[in-house]
Design a protein around this ligand. Structure first.
Ligand SMILES: CCCCCCCCCCCCCC(=O)CC(=O)SCCNC(=O)CCNC(=O)[C@H](O)C(C)(C)COP(=O)(O)OP(=O)(O)OC[C@H]1O[C@@H](n2cnc3c(N)ncnc32)[C@H](O)[C@@H]1OP(=O)(O)O
Ligand SMILES: NC(=O)C1=CN([C@@H]2O[C@H](COP(=O)(O)OP(=O)(O)OC[C@H]3O[C@@H](n4cnc5c(N)ncnc54)[C@H](O)[C@@H]3O)[C@@H](O)[C@H]2O)C=CC1
Length: 730
């Protein structure tokens, strides 16, 4: 871990070395400072080039050191900001050679240099906001001075990472090269020796403000509040930029530091940083037999097929095409094929436009082609098939039997089922070891999560191939075991049920959604159900015999096998209210497929009549209780999933929730959230709920939760060891 120096002519090249991403740990910062001072004083050195080892400039400050830092005492120590000041004040030109990434503190360091040359494939961004922080080493003061307030506001408050060609257009870097950025930087450094540097120091630049800058900042806060509900860092970033607008540079830096410290060590920052590392940890999957990336080589997927072009199939086809995979899309009849192909083509056109705008017409790889057909024989050369037909076991088995006879030996067969038994589907094929669940989330071309559901026979090659595919599709893959509803939906079920029980007890969809949205969810349970389609759950309940033709005659309306059951969602579906896709569900929409949920008097009247018909007494429930009533059973199910060995650890559950279910990232995930509020609190409330509602089994506290509380609630990272491995199926 160091900053190394070598001299090329009169240019000192300082290389940051801290694999794997050249993070700016405190040691690297100290070393950088020493070398910078050294070369500044060396009379033989006329100019300086700053670069990173192994083609990466820097991934920013070392996030792992944050939890070990006490701002009260460490503030007195040297910080990256001091390094940046020394570089910027240097009387010798300092050129940053940006290769790979310059993110967070890495870009802040580059901004303190007098010139920036980037490799064409490099990417830059101030990503701190995603870690619950703000760019605390001058980024909020320098970037607006360099590229203007609106563009800086966008980058800093969203953590957007931009490719070098965009960075040059924005003015973040001076030029882009297809060759070696370091060579180019050395060349430039030699050329500018002796030239005046004042105009190259961003700290000296006046800030260009649009006339309406105050309303620009205020509007941004309102927009960010809606987009990142309850998250502090986005709001605080705006205040830091306001300081850049209102104060001279030096005072702005002081304000930036004050704001940075208000976020540093906050629970939200801890949650975001936990989420960052949790994602990296689940990517390193391993099976009980010890298979992992090292032992199982992923196969390259060049041609993939999608069966069923409904809500999910459309998004999956787009996702594959965006990753330059050739797609064959199959439907059951002409009408559905036409509908599906129109939808896929329209999404691809929108995505192409977005890509072109983002990359500013810089040459980029085009999307893979999509061929639409009714002919299953077209699948014979596909490397991998993803089935996304209706949630019906008989239909899925029929399809997999056909695939078995049509697809080439070695082709991988995947199902997008939301929760049906992977092993039962695999059992009808000639290759159960090449069958797996690939559970995408709606809209599949946008949502990051891919729940990879391993069947009993799934080989390590198929796990490895699909996990690799998740990376290729720019998604976060999480390997889980096969059980009804898998992990995500298994936790979702008690959450949705609890929300529906609240409607029986007198609350409205709007009231319940509001509480969960204020908590930070992108959408409350009812708006989310309308978006996903109420018929999905309905079909699944019919499959399980909870409603519809398979329901045993004489079953009480509000009970199934002695447990509380609400038929409200079934009745809505029987009324043709499937959510957005039918223009009405728990809410009404402006049109079929509309997105704007509005209060529906029909629903309110229907709920009123239902309560009256079943003589249900209204209960007074506070907002806090609504939250605990909905969230704690979800968390409890998470503990049960761990007990059953369906997920490897709490991180897996949290990554699933952060990336697939709109859980607020600044709350880390349900299991992290439980650890933050305290396991005893969760246990006590569950015990109370269960005592008062013994007919709701999901309220019965899990044994693991009880055991952890008994052991004094150890930190989350120790839960895995408490589990032991006898139960673990992963
Ligand atoms: C400090 C004093 C306190 C008080 C004083 C206050 C005064 C103010 C001082 C100024 C503070 C400066 C603030 C600042 O600079 C803040 C930051 O810079 S925060 C960091 C911002 N950086 C990022 O957000 C980048 C995060 N990383 C990534 O996005 C990706 O990792 C990356 C694109 C770089 C590479 O992606 P990929 O190739 O896919 O690899 P992986 O993601 O798997 O990563 C590989 C490996 O590296 C680890 N890692 C990545 N980045 C960091 C990092 N910044 N710090 C530590 N470790 C990092 C990652 O976890 C992987 O390791 P695993 O072991 O596999 O987990
Ligand atoms: N909608 C959602 O949010 C999610 C759904 N899923 C799962 O994905 C699968 C598909 O769901 P949706 O896309 O929502 O359903 P959908 O009803 O929108 O689409 C299903 C499509 O499959 C087609 N199809 C039916 N039989 C076929 C056959 N024999 N051959 C070819 N095509 C056929 C239909 O014509 C229809 O276009 C289901 O298993 C569902 O549980 C998984 C995750 C989320």
């Amino acid at each position: 871990m160091a900053a190394l120096k070598h001299i090329v002519g009169s240019v000192a090249v300082i290389t940051i070395r801290n694999p794997p991403v050249n993070a700016l740990s405190p040691q690297v910062q100290v070393s950088l400072m020493e070398v910078l001072k050294d070369v500044t004083l060396d009379p033989s050195v006329k100019a300086i080039v700053l670069c990173g080892e192994n083609g990466k400039f820097s991934g920013g400050a070392d996030i792992r050191t944050f939890s070990k830092t006490d701002p009260k005492t460490d503030i007195k120590r040297m910080s990256l900001d001091d390094v940046n000041s020394v570089a910027e004040r240097s009387r010798k030109p300092v050129v940053a050679a940006v290769e790979g990434v310059a993110l967070g503190g890495g870009l802040e360091l580059a901004l303190a240099c007098h010139y920036r040359i980037a490799h064409v494939k490099a990417r830059v961004g101030l990503t701190e906001v995603l870690l619950g922080l703000l760019p605390g080493a001058g980024g909020t003061q320098r970037l607006p001075r360099l590229i203007g307030v609106p563009a800086a506001l966008d980058m800093i408050t969203t953590g957007k990472i931009v490719p070098a060609p965009v960075a040059v257009k924005l003015g973040i870097v001076d030029s882009v090269t297809e060759g070696s950025a370091v060579e180019e930087a050395i060349h430039l450094a030699q050329k500018v020796v002796g030239q005046p540097l004042e105009s190259r120091r961003i700290c000296s630049k006046p800030i260009q403000c649009p006339p309406n800058v105050d309303s620009l900042l205020n509007d941004a806060k309102v927009k960010l509040k809606k987009q990142f509900r309850g998250a502090e860092s986005h709001q605080v970033c705006v205040e830091a930029i306001r300081a850049a607008v209102q104060l001279p540079f030096a005072e702005g830096i002081v304000k930036e530091r004050e704001l940075f410290l208000s976020l540093f060590n906050s629970d939200q920052a801890k949650a975001c940083q936990y989420a960052f590392f949790a994602e990296r940890s689940v990517a390193k999957w391993t099976t009980p037999s010890g298979a992992n990336w090292k032992s199982a080589s992923p196969q390259t997927i060049r041609t993939a097929a999608v069966i069923g072009l409904g809500t999910m199939g459309q998004g999956i086809a787009v996702s594959l095409a965006k990753a330059q995979i050739q797609v064959i899309a199959v439907e059951q009849d002409e009408q559905q094929l036409e509908k599906g192909s129109k939808a896929v083509t329209a999404i691809l056109e929108r995505e192409t436009l977005k890509k072109q705008q983002f990359e500013l017409a810089h040459k980029s790889d085009s999307f893979g082609s999509v061929t639409f057909t009714l002919d299953f024989n077209a699948l014979k050369n596909a490397d991998l098939v993803i089935e996304a037909v209706y949630e019906n076991m008989a239909l899925k088995k029929e399809i997999f039997q056909r695939l078995s006879s049509i697809c080439k030996p070695g082709a991988f067969l995947c199902t997008n089922t939301s929760g049906l038994d992977i092993d039962e589907i695999a059992s009808v094929t000639d290759r159960p070891h090449l069958v797996i669940g690939t559970h995408f989330f709606s809209p599949a071309h946008l949502m990051k999560l891919l729940e990879v559901v391993r069947g009993y026979h799934s080989s390590s090659t198929i796990i490895s191939t699909v996990m690799n595919l998740s990376k290729v599709l720019n998604k976060v893959g999480v390997v889980v075991d096969n059980c009804p509803l898998f992990v995500g939906n298994r936790l979702l079920l008690p959450y949705i049920n609890q929300a529906v029980f609240l409607l029986e007890d007198g609350r409205t969809p709007e009231e319940v959604d509001q509480v969960l949205e204020e908590f930070g969810y992108a959408m409350g349970p009812f708006r989310m159900s309308d978006l996903a389609g109420l018929d999905i759950g309905w079909r699944s309940r019919m499959e399980f015999g909870l409603t519809g033709p398979k329901l045993l005659p004489g079953a009480p309306v509000r009970q199934r096998e002695g447990k509380r059951y609400s038929p409200l969602p079934d009745i809505l579906c029987e009324e043709g209210r499937f959510g957005q896709k039918s223009g009405k569900g728990w809410y009404q929409y402006e049109t079929v497929g509309g997105r704007n949920a509005a209060r529906d008097p029909w629903v309110h009247n229907f709920l009123h009549e239902y309560r009256r018909a079943h003589a249900i007494k209204q209960k007074n429930v506070s907002q806090g209780e609504i939250l605990e009533w909905c969230l704690y059973p979800l968390i409890n199910e998470g503990f049960k999933v761990l007990e059953d060995g369906i997920a490897s650890g709490p991180e897996d559950i949290d990554v699933i929730y952060n990336n697939g279910y709109g859980w607020p990232r600044h709350k880390g995930g349900p299991m992290f959230y439980a650890s933050m509020i305290g396991l005893p609190r969760v246990l006590v409330k569950l015990e109370e709920f269960y005592k008062n509602n013994p007919d709701i089994p999901s309220l019965k506290p899990s044994n693991l939760l009880k055991a952890l509380v008994k052991q004094g609630s150890p930190p989350l990272k120790e839960w895995r060891s408490q589990l032991g491995y006898p139960n673990s199926r992963l």
